[in-house]
Design a protein around this ligand. Structure first.
Ligand code: GLY
Ligand code: MN
Ligand code: MN
Length: 465
């Protein structure tokens, strides 16, 4: 990579910060691309198309304003190339041919146009810059009649003569195959995990020093070396009772008068791949610290059961059984574990799914697909928020994120129904101020077990700091 390339290419800057080795990524990228091309060729054949045109995404204007919403590149585009900030670029693929990247480089002096990409992946593409949309059409094949298009339904597609726009059966094929990650993707996910772990260590230090939620976020971002818009999702940084709000978003700028706990769910991104990590800390309360330890122990026991061939629905149901035991031991419920599960008392404290696919999107696509040709695998009855129902395969990357929360709305509902007598309300009332606990790691599934990307990343990050 040239010195000029290092300055101009945002991915090059990320590489430098992440300590990732460009040569190692280069070595892995060719076979990743081959795999993407092979499965795309099969999907196109199965669905009756001869080519695929993918759009990176558009800048969406804000109502009656001259600004746009932050840009998010479409995942079916970025699985081919780690381009994150290139609105209105196109990738065209025809089986047996080198992929064509039609790269949007407007002649603009209000905003800086993106530099032509350089680096480990670019030599596998035919890259052609364009300045306006008419020009981009001329760079594509003359006929797109049997080409499927994936992306925003741009007005000009009618005049471009594209075969079909976002055909669901093709999307289904592509999403299904995206669940198993290539060695290149696993390397990117490991780097995203190390960046995220660095952020978490800095955030924990900030919490210990008495920081406000917003200051904790700033510490996280600085340690990751990422802007907020570069993160795979808005960090959830919740002090005290706010930990009971599952996707808490407020980021208070002032520290609370009393400090009890921190729940931080925040991940980083590398080359378009996400980490999704949650930790919970007690501030000098030994009882809550013990509850966190129990949840951590239970989460690790669930991780131990992860390997290819495991039905994710069983993992979710087992989590409810293990949680019931934790609730019983901690004197939060008054009934036995079996009864707590059977009566959905555990769902009062753990209302979300045990985990989901992770990759180019934090909640990655394809979690319910039984087969590319049709049919979804339903969620177990009574578990409406589970995002993954498939049997695990080697290369799947999933999160493992059991939780135990004191959520006012769910507790009020339980108090008003038959579950009320199964809950120790004085114990619950004493724990509300802590909000809740979630421990979340990212796991790469192998034939006989799994690789815990997050625990490994914390070790790496702690060793380097
Ligand atoms: N960070 C959102 C989730 O854990 O699913
Ligand atoms: Mn998650
Ligand atoms: Mn999370």
């Amino acid at each position: 990579m040239t010195a000029a390339g290092t300055l101009a290419d945002p991915l090059a800057a990320r590489l430098a910060h992440s300590l990732a080795d460009p040569a190692a990524l280069d070595a892995l990228f060719a076979s990743h691309l081959e795999g993407v091309a092979l499965r795309t060729s099969r999907a196109l054949e199965a669905c009756g198309y001869s080519g695929l045109l993918m759009h990176s995404g558009s800048l969406l204007p804000i109502f009656q304003d001259d600004r746009t919403y932050p840009f998010e590149v479409h995942a079916p585009f970025k699985v081919w190339a780690p381009l994150l900030d290139v609105p209105d670029s196109f990738l065209y693929f025809e089986p047996g041919h080198r992929p064509l990247l039609v790269f949007h480089q407007p002649d603009d002096y209000w905003y800086k146009p993106p530099a032509l990409p350089q680096g480990y992946w670019t030599r596998h593409f035919d890259i052609r810059p364009w300045r306006d949309r008419d020009e981009s059409r001329r760079l594509l094949p003359r006929s797109l009649r049997s080409t499927a298009f994936l992306g925003d339904a741009l007005e000009e597609l009618a005049s471009w003569g594209v075969g079909d726009i976002n055909p669901p059966h093709l999307i289904r094929h592509l999403d299904y195959s995206r669940a198993a990650k290539s060695p290149y993707e696993l390397a990117c996910l490991r780097h995203a995990s190390v960046l995220g772990a660095r952020g978490h260590l800095a955030a924990a230090r900030a919490f210990g020093a008495g920081a406000a939620e917003f200051e904790i976020e700033l510490a996280f971002l600085a340690a990751c070396g990422l802007r907020e818009q570069d993160l795979p999702y808005n960090p959830i940084i919740a002090l005290n009772g706010s930990g009971a709000v599952l996707h808490y978003q407020m980021l208070e700028t002032h520290p609370p008068a009393e400090r009890h706990s921190l729940l931080i769910d925040a991940g980083a991104e590398f080359a378009g791949y996400a980490s999704d990590i949650t930790r919970t800390y007690s501030h000098r309360d030994a009882d809550f610290a013990t509850l966190i330890e129990r949840m951590d122990h239970m989460q690790q026991s669930l991780c131990c059961g992860v390997k290819a061939g495991v039905d994710w629905r069983d993992v979710h149901l087992r989590a409810h059984h293990l949680l019931a035991e934790v609730l019983r031991e901690a004197d939060i419920i008054t009934c036995g574990a079996e009864e707590a599960v059977a009566t959905a008392t555990t769902s009062v404290f753990f209302p979300h799914g045990i985990g989901h696919l992770l990759g180019l999107e934090v909640h990655d696509a394809g979690g319910f697909i039984r087969s590319p040709d049709g049919g979804d695998i339903p969620r177990p009855d009574g578990h409406p928020y589970l995002r993954l129902t498939r049997v695990l395969e080697e290369g799947f990357v999933v999160t493992m994120e059991p939780g135990l929360y004191f959520i006012p709305q769910l507790l009020a509902a339980a108090r008003a129904d038959g579950r009320s007598t199964r809950i120790n309300w004085s114990r619950v009332d004493s724990l509300r101020k802590f909000g809740g606990i979630r421990i979340e790691d990212d796991l790469a599934v192998t034939a006989r077990s799994c690789e815990n990307l997050t625990r490994d990343a914390f070790r790496t990050a702690a060793g380097a700091s």
